[in-house]
Design a protein around this ligand. Structure first.
Ligand code: NAD
Ligand code: ZN
Ligand code: ZN
Length: 353
């Protein structure tokens, strides 16, 4: 029996940049020929959603906008061209909502680089609503044994850090520094790193995040960037030979660490930029970058294969990062805490509340 689809639904809508976000009823949309309509059950909140609300990136959002790009739910309707997804299937809405699948980048599975890319919760409406549309080719396929609340954070944060760790070139037995370790991406990055056989130095601030990183997420060391007198020395001191970590995964929302990482990364090491603090610039001393042969590069979400792999790590029970579930109606509270840097781990929204 086809599920009953209501005319109206609850959503969190950004009507003007800067907010506040409005919790209100809006119409449910109909999927186009190559799209699916998903009854979103849970949606994670990523710091990117806060950048969209604040309008602090050089890329404008659509307005009004329904944010959200970590949505897990059930397919309730599909367009006539969709043949490989059935009503009732579980799927995930990712940051990459759709891409052309034909351009130079799409042909090489670099879909995030597609010039025609659609971004969930940014250039098209996302998962902070009960019914969300996404291109069938791009939704993440979720086995029915995967819990929809716990998998939500994997759909952006998990995929992104897994891809970033792969891009770093670090391999089992080597050490990575995770900068911004106590946040949404950082907490998952520690679990993926551990599952990939890497050793972790966590960098963030405060006792709650320290405890979470060391006791729950598998970090071997924690450096508090706010109380450390010399972050560079303190990070390097955590490696046995004092030469620093093989890779640095930057998921912080502050410019300072982006200007510091090249100083403590190990010779031949890599600095992977993932966090996107507003208006920030990278800086590295040219001399040391050359004579230490350091690679500095950006990493942007993941393609469909990276997504499937990241979800598979989760499904096999290797990824356990803490999250708190609150109602969709409480999104503004989550934004306020995120702005203040007070969230250890992540918030996941239950769209039924
Ligand atoms: P978050 O707010 O949950 O976590 C950020 C963490 O950074 C916080 O724990 C904070 O304490 C920490 N931090 C702040 N200043 C720091 C410093 N100087 N040193 C170390 N840590 C510091 O945010 P999130 O959801 O994890 O997102 C992080 C960033 O990643 C955002 O800018 C987001 O837009 C970006 N992002 C990028 C991609 C991508 O594909 N590249 C994907 C998702 C998110
Ligand atoms: Zn995100
Ligand atoms: Zn393309």
């Amino acid at each position: 029996m086809a599920p009953e689809i209501p005319q109206m639904q609850w959503a969190q809508v950004i009507e003007k940049t800067g907010g506040p976000v409005q919790y209100k009823q809006i119409p449910v949309q109909k999927p186009g020929p190559d799209e699916v309509l998903i009854n979103i059950k849970f949606s994670g909140v990523c710091h990117t959603d806060l950048h969209a609300l604040n309008g602090d990136w050089p890329l404008p959002t659509k307005l009004p906008l329904v944010g959200g790009h970590e949505g897990a739910g059930v397919v309730v309707a599909k367009g006539e061209l969709v043949t490989d997804i059935e009503i009732g299937d579980h799927v995930g809405v990712k940051w990459i909502n759709g891409s052309c699948l034909a351009c130079d980048f799409c042909q090489q599975s670099d879909e995030p680089l597609c010039p025609h890319v659609l971004l969930s919760g940014y250039t098209v409406d996302g998962s902070f609503q009960q019914y969300c549309i996404a291109k069938a080719a791009h939704v993440a396929r979720l086995h029915k044994d995967i819990p929809l609340d716990a998998v939500a954070p994997v759909l952006c944060a998990g995929i992104t850090v897994y891809k970033g760790l792969k891009e770093s070139g670090a391999w089992a037995g080597q050490t990575v520094a995770i900068v911004g370790a106590g946040g949404g991406l950082g907490s998952l990055a520690q679990q993926y790193a551990k599952a990939m056989g890497l050793r972790v130095i966590a960098i963030d601030t405060g006792d709650e995040k320290k405890k979470m990183c060391l006791e729950q997420l598998g970090a071997e060391a924690f450096v508090d960037f706010a109380t450390s007198k010399n972050v560079v020395k303190d990070v390097q001191a955590q490696t046995e030979d004092g030469l620093g970590p093989h890779a640095v995964i930057l998921v912080a929302v502050n410019e300072r660490p982006f200007q510091q990482a090249a100083e403590y990364v190990r010779p031949r090491g890599s600095v992977i930029c993932i966090g996107m603090p507003a208006g920030a610039y990278l800086k590295a001393p040219v001399f040391e970058t050359v004579v230490k042969m350091i690679a500095i590069k950006g990493s942007y979400v993941g393609n469909r294969k990276d997504s499937a792999e990241a979800i598979d790590f989760f499904r096999r029970g290797l990824i356990k990062a803490p999250y708190k579930v609150v109602g969709l109606s409480e999104l503004q509270m989550v934004y306020d805490k995120m702005q203040a840097g007070e969230i250890a781990g992540k918030y996941v929204l239950d769209t039924s509340k």
